[in-house]
Design a binder for this molecule. Sequence first.
Ligand code: ARG
Length: 425
Amino acid sequence: MIPSRPRCVLAYSGGLDTSVAVHWLTQERGFEVITLSVDLGESRDPAQLQERALRAGAVSAHVIDARDLFVRHFVWPALQAGARYQGVYPLATALGRPLIARLLVELAREEGAASVAHGCTGKGNDQVRFDVAVAALAPELTVVAPVRDWEMGRSEEIAYAAAHGIEVPVTQESPYSIDANLWGRSVETGVLEDPWVEPPADVFAWTQEPQAAPAQGTVVAVGFTAGLPTSLDGQPLEPSDLVERANLLAGANGVGRIDHVEDRLVGIKSREVYEAPGAVLLDTAHRALEALTLSRDVLRVKAQLADEWARLVYDGLWYSHLRQCLSAFAAATQGHVTGEVRVRLRQGAATVLGRRSPDALYRPELATYDRAGDRFRHRAAEGFISLFGLPLRTQAEVQGQLTAPDDRPLLPPRSHRRIAGPGAG
Ligand code: ARG
């Protein structure tokens, strides 16, 4: 009896790379290939995906709708953490990879496969995210990365596909490398490789050109319960529906375009254009509600950790102890982040118009500048300041005054001033 071939579960997108990979893994590496296509909201036709995978030589083709899992377990923690890599990138692609990796691992175990595969190149972050996630979840599995291994460029891949009768969606071929899920769309390569070049109109698919968007804009109220978005304009929505709706609303108003020269983990600077309309809207609203409901100390420490969280997830360390700990901290801050934020979306801008919460730490009777109803103890400020300033006063007395920017007086000589009044001259 011929021994059965080893099995490999391939993350399959239906594009050129992974379609060629099905054939290559089968023919060149002797695997029985099982494909897994994970729908994170990029709206591909599942039947077509399966058909294409099987025709390329897969023994079975699985398609999973993981949109809800993605939003609940990956997007929401990112929103709660306030994470944006290098201050701008809401991490859409980086958040999708660990979920796909986990599903690959589960399917590999179910199918008795000793290997999993992905179609990432050797130049990007995504290979790191897959490989490290699989290593963390299933150290016994081997990861195969055909695109990293084979020595084919794009045109050779097309030739390979033609030679082996692999159908590839050349009609849908774009001049860019694109990855999309519910949390955003990442676009690279082509003319974007020149960071001086303005992104042409064909880069964008989710966002209206801001100047062409309706001049009156749209006002939307985002409702949060314990730090999670739960409604839009008072209408309760399921997580993935809410994100989808946020993408449409903000995208129609040109909100969410991000153009960034980014530092990849592999040491390369890379020009990236993102569309993340829903992420920008929800993040803007969430921050505004946090400012109303969280203490100054929590806000400060949380902002420091947000950067750390973003870097870890960008670097592919989702399944690390530190990421778990940081997420636990972020989650612990969210209990009172409940309320509503009104945001105006207009011609590329998302502007907070108002916010309210039953748990607001904002107290009108403390904040007011009106005498009537003012409960702030003005007199107490004096004693507070005398103790707050005590260390500086002491230091000035003992060690001398710290004069910056230099020792000479900053006050101009009397001859260089305009002086009026009975005491002048
Ligand atoms: N630079 C972004 C990231 O590393 C986007 C990557 C897009 N991936 C892709 N295969 N086109 O998260």
